[in-house]
Write a protein that binds this ligand. Structure first.
Ligand code: LR7
Ligand code: MN
Length: 569
């Protein structure tokens, strides 16, 4: 009996001992567990005392290495010796000189890049902005410089909050250290952090930020931007005037090599266009009346990373396509949707923000999926009506591909909002956009009797190179798609055949002034260039080489047959 009692006591003691150990373990691990892993926390979480000391030391070390005034006024900055060499290496790895960024003050002062006359506008908006900055594995100093620039350049009464959205970064410094920085260095500012547990891609990450925003206006920024003086006022004022206006600042370049803030002068800027391959492009302002304007200018599309939109309007007009993954396409989707469904997109010349343009993505994508292609296929199906044919000529593999996903909701949205057709958009918003098979004299393959076709030889759309000759493909591929435009250009989307030195034929940017870019297609199939009084010829041209112009004669080498001829133009 006694023995039994002693044994029981021992068991009790053991149990209690184990219990105590478990409790201790729980307490210890909860101390050390990074708080941000626990939840999609909306307020940055308090950093524990132990970690505080570590972070404080890290930040002090970091701050002591900052070189005062480096990069001030947005001037190019340079480091010497090993730092310079490390910077070069970093540039290759991150597409950004991270070494330099880490040594530059986080609150560097930029010069005012605006046109002087912008100061004459007396903006006095009553609206407040929620600035939403999304990031995935960005450099901490670059993210913080973005935050600082917003704080320094936005009057307090116009700034409701800054919302940082961490799209499940794996970079350690963006976790507790960032929280600690905000808690200690930017305590008095309203900054929230949304921590996403599993990477959502930039589209859904922006949505997460928008969901908790409380300001009247949402302003989205990439996490490597610097706002400049007076950037917010004209955006908010314009939205106050018209809540359906979605606005883009002039996006200046922060050089990835030396962090210089560089502009294209203070009057010239471009607006957004698109290519049929589904990419955003910069285009010149077409209408004379809009050139050199300082008030908002119509823009057919936007780049996507930096824009302001009234918060309720953002939701009313369909926010984003939540089924878009990763990166890309959402900018054109939103651009088309805004115009087609009753809003407008404008560039605001008196608002300027710098953006670090990187040569490549310093991050990888889960599953290596072509999210840009898939997302663009989605938007093509929903918004582009029959004009999607051009996109799918570039991406035939995506046309009937289930990978594109279900589109029911987006199509319903388009109906619900009674959005206009894509043709309306082209006619009214972007009339200068070249449509390869509309209002043209001829289009398709231009073939000779020897089954050889004009071919761009895979020349990039912004490059200059020979107008080539290649075996005709059995189907109409984009590389062999040429048109004779109403203006008499022999062209592709943005490049036109031009005669050089009276002999050579090159594809080069269409300039619209005709001369050596002017061609006449005769009934007998000859393509004549009046400026040099010669005809396009394939005589003696090898497969994959450039065609030329020669004196016109009745020759099989000078006869071209287009797939389609339009007699009505
Ligand atoms: O999975 C990801 N999750 C993210 O949160 C991948 C990226 N991101 C973040 C990233 O950290 C960055 O802050 O998303 C932001 C944009 O990514 P970038 O900077 O790599 O994109 P980008 O500047 O090369 O690309 C442009 O096109 C994109 C298309 O999806 C987005 O719309 C970007 O916001 C957009 N950037 C701009 O418009 C800035 C001007 C550039 C131009 C032209
Ligand atoms: Mn960017």
């Amino acid at each position: 009996m006694l023995l039994k009692c002693i044994r029981l006591k021992k068991i009790y003691a053991r149990c209690i001992f184990i219990l105590i150990i478990i409790v201790c373990l729980v307490i210890i691990t909860s101390q050390f567990l990074p708080k941000d892993n626990q939840n999609n926390s909306y307020k940055h979480s308090k950093v524990s005392n132990n970690l505080s000391q570590i972070f404080e030391k890290k930040l002090r070390d970091y701050e002591s290495r900052i070189i005062p005034n480096l990069g001030d006024n947005g001037e190019a900055a340079f480091l010497d010796g090993k730092d310079a060499r490390d910077g070069e290496k970093a540039l290759k790895k991150f597409a950004l000189n991270t070494v330099l960024s880490d040594r530059m003050p986080l609150n560097r002062k930029l010069r005012d890049p605006r046109n002087k006359k912008c100061k004459d506008f007396a903006y006095d908006p009553k609206l407040k902005a929620s600035v939403i900055v999304i990031f995935y594995n960005e450099l901490l100093s670059v993210v913080l410089r973005t935050v600082w620039s917003v704080i320094l350049q936005t009057p307090g009464k116009l700034l409701e909050e800054i919302i940082l959205v961490d799209d499940a970064s794996t970079e350690e410094s963006l976790k507790g250290l960032l929280d600690y920085y905000l808690e200690t260095r930017l305590k008095e500012h309203r900054i929230k952090i949304v921590r996403i547990k599993h990477r959502l891609g930039l589209i859904r990450a922006r949505l997460q930020g928008a969901r908790i925003a409380q300001g009247d206006v949402l302003i989205f920024l990439d996490a490597h931007c610097e706002a400049t003086v007076g950037w917010a006022e004209p955006l908010l004022s314009r939205i106050e005037e018209d809540r359906t206006a979605v606005l883009v600042p002039i996006i200046d370049v922060i050089e990835a090599t030396n962090m210089a803030y560089s502009t294209n002068g203070d009057t010239t800027f471009q607006v957004g266009g698109f290519s049929w391959s589904g990419h955003f492009t910069w285009i010149d302002i077409q209408e004379e009346k809009d050139k050199n304007k300082l008030t908002p200018v119509k823009s057919p599309t936007m780049a996507g990373g930096l824009f302001a939109i009234e918060r309720n309007f953002f939701w009313d007009i369909g926010s984003y396509d939540e089924q878009m993954d990763g990166w890309g396409g959402e900018n054109l989707e939103m651009s088309f949707r805004i115009w087609q469904c009753g809003g407008r997109l404008e560039t605001v010349p008196c608002s300027r923000v710098g953006h670090v343009f990187r040569d490549f993505h310093p991050y990888s994508f889960p599953d290596n999926k072509d999210t840009h292609g898939i997302n663009t296929a989605r938007l093509a199906h929903v918004w582009m009506d029959d004009y999607k044919r051009f996109f799918f000529m570039h991406q035939p593999g995506l046309e009937n591909n289930p990978i594109v996903g279900d589109l029911t909701h987006r199509k319903q949205l388009r109906q619900k909002l009674r959005c206009k057709p894509f043709k309306w958009y082209l006619d009214n918003v972007y009339p200068e956009k070249f449509i390869p098979d509309e209002n043209v004299f001829a289009w398709g393959q231009a073939r000779t009797e020897f089954e050889m076709c004009l071919d761009d030889l895979q020349l990039g759309d912004d490059k200059v190179g020979p107008l080539g000759l290649y075996q005709c493909h059995p189907f109409l591929a984009m590389s062999q798609y040429f048109s004779i435009s109403q203006k008499g250009e022999l062209r592709k989307e943005n490049t036109c055949a031009e005669v050089f030195n009276g002999y050579d034929v090159q594809l080069t940017a269409c300039h619209g002034h005709q001369r050596e870019q002017y061609w006449i297609l005769f009934k007998n199939g000859s393509i004549y260039n009046p400026a040099v009084r010669k005809c396009l010829s394939s005589e003696g041209v090898d497969n994959g080489k450039g065609v030329k112009v020669e004196d016109c004669k009745d020759s099989v080498y000078q006869r071209w047959t287009f797939t389609n001829i339009n007699n009505t133009v």
